[in-house]
Design a protein around this ligand. Sequence first.
Ligand SMILES: NC(=O)c1ccc[n+]([C@@H]2O[C@H](COP(=O)([O-])OP(=O)(O)OC[C@H]3O[C@@H](n4cnc5c(N)ncnc54)[C@H](OP(=O)(O)O)[C@@H]3O)[C@@H](O)[C@H]2O)c1
Length: 310
Amino acid sequence: MAQQPSFKTVFVFLDTDKYCSPFDMLVAIDAFPDSMIFKYENVTGEDAAKIVFDALFPRGPMGAQHTKIFINGSNFDMVSEVVAATQKCMASAPWGNSIIVDPRGAYSTAAGAVAKTLGLSLEKGFGTLEGKNVTVLAGTGPVGQTAARIYASEKANVVITSRTMAKGQAVADKINKEVGAERVKVVEVTKPEQTSAAVKDAEIILAAGAGGIQLLSAADLKSAAKCKIVADINAIKPLGVEGLGSNDDGVALSSGAFGIGALAIGKLKIKIETEMIKRATAAPQGLFDYSIAYEIGKAAILKKLAKAKA
Ligand SMILES: NC(=O)c1ccc[n+]([C@@H]2O[C@H](COP(=O)([O-])OP(=O)(O)OC[C@H]3O[C@@H](n4cnc5c(N)ncnc54)[C@H](OP(=O)(O)O)[C@@H]3O)[C@@H](O)[C@H]2O)c1
């Protein structure tokens, strides 16, 4: 009997940036220590088509299933172009494989942040995200806009802030179009004094700003009288929310809200990214993006809550 060929798992990293991030390559290697990585940088949609066809054909349909594409980069538009080109290749080729997309960790981080706030809300008896008022501070970056998109998909009323109204509005318009409802609004914050207006009705606040930027003072958090949960994804000092520590995980803050810090979110983020890679590796094909990331994060949180109750 002819012996079946055994195929090594290979991850083909397509990065739109100058340097391919070691972060995600390390997560992939830790999930599959015997795998190999081929990395390509400064990748455009045109390059992606050539690379993906060259990755699909040599190992045949069986081998292609062990050859996974990981698309990365800090510019969402460029990443989307590479994703679209890759999906087009898969659709026109006689066989395909699965695609993991996690632009500079934005999808798994945002999924982790939203899932953690949902979990804390359920744990404290505040209910699901549906109908909740959520403010995503600096909601225009890759992590912030993905979190806003996930909150909107959970039917929350979302406010995002930006220092530039037009930039914020472009993000809000895109998400509202995707979810088919006007769920995301923008508040321009050019000076710290304007932050209180953006959080006055918020029941959940997520600070999603660039590293080392404080977005919410303790006084502004205290003025947000309806706020029950506050989370921060910035682990670089100064942190995003004054009085909320990186390792805080559901702690009661002096404002009365419960807080979740960046490193607590980071632990779930790594679990989500690892599971995305494992699922993509087990599946013959498919797109593994922010919606799968959130599905994984939410399921992990709900499982943990159920276990705590049992
Ligand atoms: N915890 C984790 O596991 C984890 C994982 C990945 C990333 N992160 C962190 O997540 C955060 C967001 O990442 P990202 O890539 O989405 O961030 P980013 O694109 O660098 O910044 C997010 C937003 O911050 C605002 N911003 C930038 N500089 C500012 C300033 N000086 N003052 C006020 N606002 C400012 C900008 O919004 P406007 O221009 O619209 O005002 C920008 O769109 C970072 O802190 C990153 O380190 C955490």
